[in-house]
Design a protein around this ligand. Structure first.
Ligand code: BGP
Length: 462
């Protein structure tokens, strides 16, 4: 008996990204991106010293992997194209080996009845473009628009589900505020420029899609972190409003409503950090809103009013406007340090329903990274990851609730299909429905959660 039944049209699958799963980082004519370069420079910053060359080898094993996706009941699979594989220097000649690789992947998915959902940018700036300033340089915005056009020309006959970018706030915060991605800058003003240009690039990607006349739809994937105040005290509520403006609405509003929230512009202006803009930008953003929204959800953001004055000598940070708040008794994934709050997924879907025109959306990532899963392998060789099953169930219940209440949520993708290379954490935390055994040359085995989800997909619920 299924207690939580999803509509027949509701789709299930997984998400992944090029740098995290392809491997072959220096083969097939690929140019370097910032991850290849940074790992060469500072391997010690990556867990176990492991770099993107050793990602799960999808480049060589995609046929086997897609076969397994089919066996596990996938309706759809979201992956990204590696910009520096397709255009090694980011803005020049197209690498035909890459065109043929992605064509094969798309064909293989379609032959197995799996809808390919293709994302153009997942944290992987080509090195040659980063050397020109990456998203800080407006020329890179145009290089992205060109890259998008090339992708639509090459693959648009077969791919109908597109995204311009994944989590554009992450390169901003990780690369320009918190020292977790290259180029390891700590500068709020530059971070604002990067955020603005990546949004502009996304709008230009949407414009290029429309101009291509191809069928299908194009969207943006955002990691929405619902902002909860410590209390109902107006100062805490104000702290939550500001963190929501900076981390959620800075992309949600321009992408869906076609303009920035006035209160955000006022705040950034007051701080003296407005980005450089050009005539016509506002019109471009207004005209090129997205068709659908991918929502990644891992954790909420809890904040409180500031309790200590920031050090006036320290560089300005978002945390000068509010303090993070650790709610007593919160549930935490100890491997990642992220709070697990299942109802957050419902709150953000209801927010999209009520404040963003109930735009078509789906859960494009949700998942749990766990270290040392080998210890859960049973005698039959299956990793018994009951905690992941509980995690998925807990979130799907709230997705179901949002559906009942009219949210326009059309599907659920887990992060991720197979254990993959997670940036600085490399292979520390495993997220996959399929285990990848690095000791045995990357041998794949489906975990208990993988078989459980297959059953959910078949039954349309649980
Ligand atoms: C999301 C990213 C993914 C993935 C995931 C897990 O923010 O879109 O690329 O990595 O988070 O996070 P992490 O790998 O940092 O544990």
């Amino acid at each position: 008996m299924t207690t939580y039944r999803f509509p027949n049209s509701f789709f299930f699958g997984t998400a992944a990204s090029a740098t995290q799963m392809e491997g072959a980082a220096s083969r097939g004519g690929k140019g370097k991106n910032i991850w290849d370069y940074w790992h060469e420079q500072e391997p010690g910053r990556f867990h176990g010293g492991i770099g993107p060359e050793e990602a799960s080898h999808f480049y060589d094993r995609y046929q086997e992997d897609i076969k397994l996706m089919k066996e596990m009941g996938h309706h759809s699979f979201r992956f990204s194209i590696s910009w520096s594989r397709l255009i090694p220097d980011g803005d020049g000649a197209v690498n035909q080996e890459a065109v043929s690789f992605y064509e094969h992947v798309i064909d293989e998915l379609l032959a197995n009845g799996i809808v390919p959902m293709v994302n153009l940018y997942h944290f992987d700036m080509p090195l040659a473009l980063q050397q020109k300033g990456g998203w800080e340089n407006r020329d890179v915005v145009d290089a992205f628009a060109r890259y998008a056009r090339i992708c639509f020309d090459c693959f648009g006959e077969k791919v109908t589900h597109w995204f311009t970018q994944n989590e554009p706030i992450v390169p901003v915060e990780a690369g320009y505020l918190y020292n977790m991605h290259y180029p390891n800058v700590v500068d709020f003003k530059r971070a604002v420029q990067v955020a603005y240009h990546s949004m502009l690039a996304s709008a230009k990607g949407v414009a290029a899609f429309r101009a291509s006349g191809q069928k299908g739809k194009i969207g943006l994937i955002l990691n929405l972190t619902p902002s909860y105040p410590r209390s109902n005290h107006p100062a805490d509520v104000e702290a939550a409003r500001i963190s929501d403006l900076l981390f959620n609405r800075s992309f949600l509003d321009p992408a869906i409503k076609g303009h920035y929230p006035f209160s955000l512009v006022r705040l950034i202006a007051k701080l003296g950090f407005l980005p450089e803009v050009e005539d016509g930008d506002a019109e471009l953003i207004r005209m090129n809103t997205i068709d659908w929204l991918g929502v990644n959800y891992y954790q909420p953001r809890r904040v409180k009013a500031k309790e200590h004055l920031p050090n006036p000598e320290a560089p300005f940070m978002p945390e000068h406007l509010f303090d993070p708040y650790e709610m007593p008794g919160r549930k935490v994934n100890p491997h990642r340090g992220w709070e697990i709050y299942e109802k957050g997924i419902y709150d953000l879907l209801i927010n999209v329903r009520d404040h963003y025109g109930n735009i078509e959306c789906f859960i494009s990532e949700n998942g749990m990274g766990v270290e040392g899963e080998e210890r859960f392998r049973n005698d039959q060789g299956v990793i018994e990851d009951d905690y992941r099953i509980e995690f998925i169930k807990g979130h799907l219940k709230w997705v179901h609730q949002a559906l009942q209440e009219g949210a326009n949520v059309q599907g659920y993708h887990l992060w991720t299909f197979m254990d993959n290379w997670s940036w600085l954490n490399a292979y520390k935390n495993r997220y996959g429905l399929v285990a990848v055994d690095l000791e045995k040359g990357g041998h794949r085995t489906v975990k208990k959660s993988g078989w459980w989800l297959k059953n959910v997909i078949e039954q349309k619920g649980f």
